[in-house]
Design a protein around this ligand. Sequence first.
Ligand SMILES: NC(=O)c1ccc[n+]([C@@H]2O[C@H](COP(=O)([O-])OP(=O)(O)OC[C@H]3O[C@@H](n4cnc5c(N)ncnc54)[C@H](O)[C@@H]3O)[C@@H](O)[C@H]2O)c1
Length: 458
Amino acid sequence: MKFRKNILCIGAGYVGGPTMAMIAYKCPQYRVTVVDINPIRIAEWNSDDLPIYEPGLGEIVKATRGKNLFFSTDIEGGIRDNDIIFVSVNTPTKTFGAGAGMAADLQYWEKTARQILQYSESTKIVIEKSTLPVKTALAMEKILNYTKNSISFDVLSNPEFLAEGSAIKDLENPDRILIGCQDTKSGLAARETLVEIYANWVPREKIITSNIWSSELSKIVSNAFLAQRISSINAISALCEKTDADIAEVSKAVGMDSRIGSKFLSASVGFGGSCFKKDILNLVYLCQHYSLHEVADYWESVVRINQYQQERFILNMLTTMFNTLAGKRICLFGFAFKANTGDTRESPAIYITKRLLEEKAEIVITDPKALKNAKADLTGMEGQVSFVEDPYKAAEGCHAIAILTEWDVYRNLDFQKIFNTMTKPASIFDGRNIIDHKRCFDIGFNVYPTGKPALTHS
Ligand SMILES: NC(=O)c1ccc[n+]([C@@H]2O[C@H](COP(=O)([O-])OP(=O)(O)OC[C@H]3O[C@@H](n4cnc5c(N)ncnc54)[C@H](O)[C@@H]3O)[C@@H](O)[C@H]2O)c1
């Protein structure tokens, strides 16, 4: 069969895999290939055990794989044979040299640009899907168009706004698609090609365009705003705990103001995930670079409050459990950074586990989808940490449960059954405010919600 377009994506991660699966699913007339340097990841994409968990992902991969969706390690062939190339490689925070701990590490990104240049035999449209600092597209265009041969490259910015855990829903029905391009004849033509792809299933009015720099910056700012709301409500949760106000009541009252809105106003143990912290730090670095120090400080405080919230959670456990956790068994309900994903990158659970181990506690971790990643995150700590899939078994003999991920399954557990097997006094620290606190208190638990009065049997 002859396909109308041949599309390549470099980077088969949490973004590249699902976004390309959605394009293939919605556009059977296109051939979509996803390549990666990691052969294990590609083998998993080609198996029944996909490398990432997302509700609904398995179904659309099953419907398209081998028909118009292909996963491969042949990066060279992929670049040669496709004229539309999405780049969705990782852009983590730099850990070395200038800007370490703040700036984006662009080594994977630049390597990809050089590979595209090396293997291209025809003109290409290159689409930034990775989240990148402002002006990266310009740098890529410079690398790509350096040789001044007959092949030309147009670079577009098309940031991805999906949220892990609801990626398929977000991709199928996005709030908006943003495409940034250069204001040149070929830039505008390239943009139209990309608009055409999305228009197969996204209403035209949701496909918005801008200049490249606005597009790059909008993605970072969106994540900064989302994280800022979480840090704002978490900061107020600390005040609630001191004043006997209830954060859920405050959130409800504040969120009903239509100017504010109700989303992202749930107090918690803090945000995680691979993006929020790195994108804010990237924003902070950019502001510092342009000597906007007050702006940089403002955004950096969002990350500081997130750290503070996690530390507060630990200190609350310590002080309420008689100032010692040494030898106590603590069960973590959830290790993923949020529900409906197995992703544990930057999960508060990692920090909390390490801090609890410093206090010489014994840790039992349970999670419906993230135990494999949790084991990898905690390599070298196997003796002090155990991993148990069944939450009832995990809690057996424990002094406390800390709820760290808002998995639905934890809302409806039989807490009486759990209480019966735990060491007394048994405590629950609800870092997500998802369980029925009063009921657990009535069963006999000491209950410590986030931003609400504690319920304790003194
Ligand atoms: N995860 C999210 O929720 C999310 C959402 C929106 C945007 N983003 C952004 O999308 C980008 C990708 O994020 P992710 O979570 O998918 O990362 P990821 O680490 O899951 O995937 C990146 C993949 O790129 C591959 N890769 C790296 N260099 C390569 C190269 N030269 N050639 C081929 N493959 C290469 C890696 O092996 C890896 O499999 C990042 O910039 C991130 O900030 C992520």
